[in-house]
Design a protein around this ligand. Sequence first.
Ligand code: FAD
Length: 427
Amino acid sequence: MIEEFSFRTRTQNLQKLKERNFDFLIIGGGITGAAVAKEASQRGFTVALVEKHDFAYGTSSRSSKLIHGGLRYLENFEFKLVFEALGERAWLLKKIPELVKPLVFFLPVYQSHPRNMKILSLGLWLYDFLSLFRSYRFHKKISKEKFLKEFPFLKQEGLLGGFTYYDALMWDDGLVVETLRQAHCLGASIANYVEATSPIWQGERIVGFRVKDLEQTENAEISIHANTVISCVGPWTDELGVHVSQTWKAELNPSKGVHIVFDFKKVPVPGALIMSHPSDGRVAFVIPRKDLGDGVVIVGTTDGPTPLDPEKATIEKQDIEYLLNLLGIYFPDLNLSVSDVISAYVGVRPLLTGTSGSEGQNLLQKVSREHVIWRGQGGVVFVAGGKYTTHRKMAQEIIKVASKDYNFGNNVKPSLKRQNSITCQQT
Ligand SMILES: Cc1cc2nc3c(=O)[nH]c(=O)nc-3n(C[C@H](O)[C@H](O)[C@H](O)COP(=O)(O)OP(=O)(O)OC[C@H]3O[C@@H](n4cnc5c(N)ncnc54)[C@H](O)[C@@H]3O)c2cc1C
């Protein structure tokens, strides 16, 4: 039986948030917070989690919805990152098949492509190898004729042929809710529409947060006490940081990613297509999602500066034009225009100033999407960055850091006893 995780359990959990003293208070109900809540609960820690909007309101519902090893990271020799992500891809495909499914990718190779067929073939062998040959299917070289049979509307001029390989598609917000449900099953007290407002200090340490129940107009303030507070607010890290420390310096140099959405009938692609923009070499995807509504195709993403406040990330005319131009190059006969775009969404990457710097957009594209974990004032653990694909690994690292000091000794509790005593369905 699937254990209930609903508005009813929210009411019960709010009561627990008031009464208990937790090991961890997690702020933020995106995939990072959800994964940390599950990981900590599995290890026998007591966990509280608050999210100020609905779950997955932030970057976690605005992604490309792919579980992937990151083929392009091979260009930067980031083998460890790719190996880890491919391992997680295999795990997610096996354990959560309702939300994560294999997806074929087509990589067209033109005469103008910066890498020739041999180098690309080598890269794809390496990709299969790093997955320990657990790919849904291995990569294949395909001829120009075969490519055009699959994509009759693809630009023909200069096409040499290409490759197919497999990664996976997913339901991003569904994955967050399912991970939170599992954490709830394991005993975590979780509530949405609860905003963390100000820390509770005890000497040099922060031992909890005052939060506001946004569903209430009266008596909305609650104090949640916890041994360690973990900030998983992604692009809101600087906004929360100023509440933690008066001397907080901006840590983020955020970058926004816009996706546009078409009716599948307008762009009837047999699998995902990889495109490379001639102006800046950036890679973007055309991703078929027949499982969303009546069937859609998602195209993205862009990568550019955005205000520090994630709520101010906007979709500009030039973002849509950038993606439409790219589609015009690859699919000239489809004549796609703004009027064909049925929807668009924007997500914010919480890149750190330390790595992204102020040197502008080119550098933003080179920055690896690996995460950073650090301990801030009062002992609050902050985390920013990362990928959906590696959320479990990231959560393990966060718990390792968060449980290092402050009464826990140097080791993460290895106990899985609580997990074994839980009867609800979980992965
Ligand atoms: C355009 C784009 C496409 C991407 N595509 C992919 C992909 O295809 N595959 C992949 O693996 N990765 C992808 N990623 C990366 C992935 O989406 C992110 O790493 C991940 O979603 C980050 O999740 P998060 O939980 O850290 O942050 P968020 O999802 O932003 O969650 C932070 C949460 O904190 C809450 N919050 C903020 N302040 C408070 C407060 N004071 N109190 C309570 N709650 C608060 C917010 O409401 C928000 O819900 C993509 C990223 C972007 C930007």
